[in-house]
Design a protein around this ligand. Sequence first.
Ligand code: THU
Length: 130
Amino acid sequence: MTLLAAATAVRDRAYAPYSQFKVGAALRGAAGQVFVGCNVENAAYPEGTCAEAGAIAAMIAGGETRIAELLVIADCPSPVPPCGGCRQKIAEFADPGVVVTLATTDGQMKSMTVADLLPGVFTAAHMDRD
Ligand code: THU
C-alpha cells in the first residue's frame, strides 16, 4: 500500500470532535513496513495527540526505530505542515535527508526533507560533553 493510501484511510478514523480537523499520517520504516496514525483529541485540549505522533508510537510498538519516508494528509487549503512538536518527534527517528510529503485531500503534495522541516534541530549529540 502506498503511504498516500494508508494515510488517507487512517485519516477517516481520526478523533477530532473539537477541531473538526482530521489528520492522517503514514510512515515507512527502514525494514519496509508501513505504520499509520491519526490525531486523537481530548476534552482537555492539550492532551490531544497528533497523527504523526500516533504513527511514530505504532512504529516503536511494532519494533521499528527508523523512518525511511513519511506522509501526512489533511483537508487543508495547502499541504498540511507538521506542528513544531511533531517536527522534533520525526527528527528523533529520521535522518536529515528523509523525505516528508505534506498532502491535501484534494491532491496537492509538497515534499520536503526532515532538515528542511526543522533546521538546527536539537539532538542527543548536543548533550555530549566530552
Ligand atoms: N494535527 C495533527 O495531527 N498533525 C499536524 O501536523 C497538525 C495538527 C492535529 C492536532 C489537532 O487534533 C488538530 O490537528 C488541529 O490542530
